[in-house]
Design a protein around this ligand. Sequence first.
Ligand code: PLP
Length: 423
Amino acid sequence: MKLDTICVQGTYKPKNGEPRVIPIIQSTTYKYDSSVEMGNLFDLKESGYFYSRLQNPTCDNVASKICALEGGVAGMLTSSGQAANFYAVFNIAQAGDHIVSSSAIYGGTYNLFNVTMRKLGIDFTFVSPTASAEEIQAAIKPNTKAIFGETISNPSLDILDIETFASVAHKNGIPLIVDNTFATPINCRVFDYGVDIVTHSTTKYMEGHASTIGGAIVDSGNFDWTQNDKFPGLTTPDDSYHGIVYTEAFGKGAYITKATVQLMRDLGSIQSPNEAFLLNVGLESLHLRIQRHCENAKAVAQYLEKHPKISWVNCAMLESDSQYEIAKKYMPNGTCGVVSFGIKGGREAATKFMDSLQLAAIVTHVADARTCCLHPASTTHRQLTDEQLKECGVSPDLVRFSCGIEAAEDIIADIEQALEKVD
Ligand SMILES: *Cc1c(COP(=O)(O)O)cnc(C)c1O
C-alpha cells in the first residue's frame, strides 16, 4: 500500500460489526478466565494484554500504523518524544557505555543526553551532522553502543548525512538511531538509507494539531544484535523475566519487546489511549498536511530570501541553499514546514518582528497546522550556554518559523507587515 493509504487506514482491520475507527480502550486491566492464562502472560509465554502500563490495544493499533508508515517490523508509543529517545538509547546502553550523537539535535534531547543520561553513567561524544566517516570513526570507543542523529534537526534544520553515519555504525557493529520527527516517514524513508531504529516526537507533524504530547519508536528489524557481545541486555538472560533471552524468544521483535516489557514496565512512560486516539486522527491526514506545510515553507523562504531586512534564510528546499543537494538525496519530495532565518539588527529586531506578528503566534511549539514562531535563544534553548548554542547550530538571532497549512499568501502578508515595523 502507498503511504497515503496507510495514513488513512493503517493496519487496523475491524471484523464484522466492530468499530470502524480504532476504539479507545479506556481500561487499565484485562480479564482472564484462569490464573494459568494470566500467569503465561506474565511469563511472556503468550502475548496478550494484562495491564495498561505495559501495553494497551488503542496504543498498539496506532503504533502499528506508525510502524507500517516507516516500514519497520515492530513499534511502540511512548508518552512523549523525550521518552521515546530515552527508551531508544537506554534499551541498549547502561552505565559504563558510550554513545556518539550528532550535535545538531533538539535542545531537550541534548540536555537528556548531556546532563541526565550522563548522571546514569552513560557517556556521550557529539559530532557534526556533516562529519566525515573518519571524523565519526574517531569518536567511536570500544564501549560505544549506538550512533544517534536527527534527520532534520530542530531548530537548526541541519540535514544528517544518514548513509555516512549508518556506514560507520555498521562497520563498528552498532545501530544507527535516528529521530525522524521533522521529516516524518512521508518525506524521509530512513530505513532505505541504513537507519536501524527510528524515533518520533508524535507531538509535532504526526498528531499535527498541537493537542497531544506523544512519542514513538520503530525497529527496522535489520540490525543483528547477536553479531557481537555488545548487547547483553538483548542476547543474555533477563533475570526479571525468569532468564528469558529476547533475541532467542522474539527474533526481530526483540528490541521493541524488551523496551515494552522491561523499560515500559519499570519506567511507565506509556501513552494514554485517549491521546493515542487523537494521534491517529492526526495521522489520517499526515500525507496531505506535510505536502502543504512544505509548499508554504518554500513560498515563505523564497519571499524572505529576497527581503532586504533578512540577513540569512535556512530552507533546504531553496535551490540557493547549501543543503539543497543533500536534501534532494534524502528527501526528494520536500523537507518540512519549518524555516529559520536571521533578521538584520539581531536579537532586538527579532523580538520586534515576533511581537508584531498577528497570524503567526509565539508559542513553544513547532510543526502543527497553525503557523507559529519562536526565538530559541531566549526560550527553548535558554538553559544552554553560548558555546552549547553554537554546538547545536543555534545563533542568537535565529527565528524558527513553522509554516502551518493556512494560505501561503496570508502567512507572507503577516510576515510582510511585521517586517515593516522593524527598523
Ligand atoms: C519536540 C521534539 C522532541 C521531544 O518531543 P516531546 O514530544 O516534546 O517530548 C524530540 N525530538 C525532536 C526532533 C523534537 O522536535
